[in-house]
Design a protein around this ligand. Sequence first.
Ligand code: FES
Ligand code: FES
Length: 172
Amino acid sequence: MAPDAPRPVPAGAPQGTPGLVTTSLLVNGETYSLDLDPRTTLLDALRDHVHLTGTKKGCDHGQCGACTVHVNGRRVNACLALAIAHEGDAITTIEGLGQPGCLHPMQEAFVEHDGYQCGYCTSGQIMSAVAMLEEPWGPGDAEVKEAMSGNICRCGAYSNIVAAIQVVRAKA
Ligand code: FES
Ligand code: FES
């Protein structure tokens, strides 16, 4: 048989696209059944298959935080996670946090305090900021900066981001 000829499917073999794995992802409360290359990252699954593009791809190497989402309430760099490893987990993206007209308090605070300029890093910043509300950080600005150190902002909106986070923490 020529090397690139299609291989016959044995009788009784499972149907589906060869090489792809059917994966069920629970995103923002909705279940999505996706046929994925098993190497697909959670970030690419969210953006390219679920078509939720609020989660951004910056470095794609776990260094910028633009891709931060919540998995079972904890922040995760989606570019470092395999989608098939998160079947059954509760995944939340920025679209699941709030919507125009019904923003999460952290989204409102970012708007009020000009916590963004170009906005590319903003969804990751907000997802990290919301997650840190449940983490054992001290009350000062230094602790906020440390907690948010995995989220890079090339526009340099850092001081406004810290101000927005501190306002929400004070009310929590
Ligand atoms: S895109 Fe994931 S950390 Fe940069
Ligand atoms: S607002 Fe532009 S990178 Fe952060």
